[in-house]
Design a protein around this ligand. Structure first.
Ligand code: ZN
Ligand code: ZN
Length: 351
């Protein structure tokens, strides 16, 4: 099979690789369409993603739509020919976290297209990829491959909004207008938050935020920034989602959340520890909580999109052929132009 292999920072080549092994309980998926994630870009640009350093060349990609090509003996839940997306994080299913319904905290997770394991685990920028049967989620026939490949980032946003608790009627700020920040803003809006405001230093991203239904878009580098916030949110926002992964944005979140409010950390902040205003956290009783990928929200994500409660299409900015995987990574890295860039893996026309 062909696969786009990351050899070093900025070096991806499409080359022949052996077909993944079909172990017991697993299914082999023929990838149709795959999206480029911020973490893929970290690997591409720096050769590693925060503390995850690959020990050999490997295949990126974990957001995708695929057809089931083969199933191991005894697998009943998934049928050959079905069109699916997959939860790329395979948790063990047996530990206390898995049993408590928090599989994203499982200490034995194997993540597709990631160097969180040694050796790294190959991902979906390949014609074939193997996952455990229960990682598959069937896609409705009228959901196209592009949307199917966006269920994974949408699941990240869905989980983050759920971590904040009920958002209905709450004043929400999303710091960072990349795909995840935009998805969080759209999800909070779908769940009844008002107003939903997004902040980003990149003008084109603020424009996109308004286009996808945000009630306001703020430039955190503007001089009258604090006044603008006071006008919109008075004492501060009820919930701030930190989706930029920028240290100044995190610091600012503590000034922007109202006393008793909640900050949800979604962005990855590099490898070094970040100083926090712990006194503010204490005397304003701020809740500062983390959100890591997703739990079991894929079916819910698929249902919300299929029922048109949320339209993810405006986020898909480009689709490139498989042979141009390197160019697709470069385009995805251009924050002024790109939101979600996808790679057309199968030769078959996408539905
Ligand atoms: Zn992703
Ligand atoms: Zn587990």
């Amino acid at each position: 099979m062909n696969a786009a292999v990351l050899h070093a920072a900025k070096t991806i080549t499409v080359e022949a690789r052996s077909v993944p092994e079909l172990k017991p309980g697993m299914v082999l998926l023929r990838v149709r369409r795959a999206g480029i994630c911020g973490s893929d870009l970290h690997y591409f640009e720096h050769g590693h993603c925060a503390a995850f350093v690959p020990t050999r060349p490997f295949i990126l990609g974990h957001e995708f739509t695929a057809d089931v090509a083969a199933v191991a003996d005894g697998v009943e839940s998934v049928k050959v020919g079905a069109r699916v997306t997959a939860n790329p994080a395979r948790s063990c299913g047996f530990c206390g976290y898995c049993k408590a319904g928090r599989p994203n905290l499982c200490r034995n997770i194997i993540m597709l297209g990631s160097a969180s394991t040694t050796p790294p685990t190959d991902g979906a920028f390949a014609e074939l990829v193997a996952v455990r049967a229960d990682q598959c989620h069937a896609l409705p026939p009228d959901m196209d491959d592009g949307l199917g490949a966006m269920m994974e980032p949408f699941a990240v946003a869905l989980h983050a909004v759920k971590r904040a608790g009920a958002v209905s009627g709450k004043r929400v700020l999303v710091a960072g207008g990349g795909p995840i920040g935009l998805l969080v803003a759209m999800t909070a809006r779908t769940f009844g938050a008002a107003p939903v405001v997004l902040s980003d230093i990149v003008a084109s991203r603020r424009e996109t935020a308004l286009r996808i239904g945000a009630d306001g878009a703020l430039d955190p580098s503007a001089r009258n920034w604090a006044e603008q916030v006071r006008e919109i949110a008075g004492d501060g926002f009820d919930i701030v989602f930190e989706a930029s992964g920028a240290r100044p944005a995190l610091r600012q979140a503590f000034d922007l959340v109202r006393p008793g409010g909640t900050i949800v950390q979604i962005g990855t902040l590099g490898t070094e520890d970040v100083p926090l205003p712990a006194n503010l956290l204490m005397n304003r009783e701020i809740h500062y909580i983390g959100s890591m990928r997703y739990g079991d929200v894929f079916d819910e994500a698929i249902r919300l999109v299929a029922a048109q409660r949320i339209d993810l299409r405006p986020l898909l900015t480009a689709v490139l052929p498989f042979a141009d995987a390197g160019e697709a990574m470069r385009q995805a890295g251009d924050k002024n132009q790109a939101l979600k860039v996808q790679i057309q893996i199968s030769k078959e026309e996408s539905k």
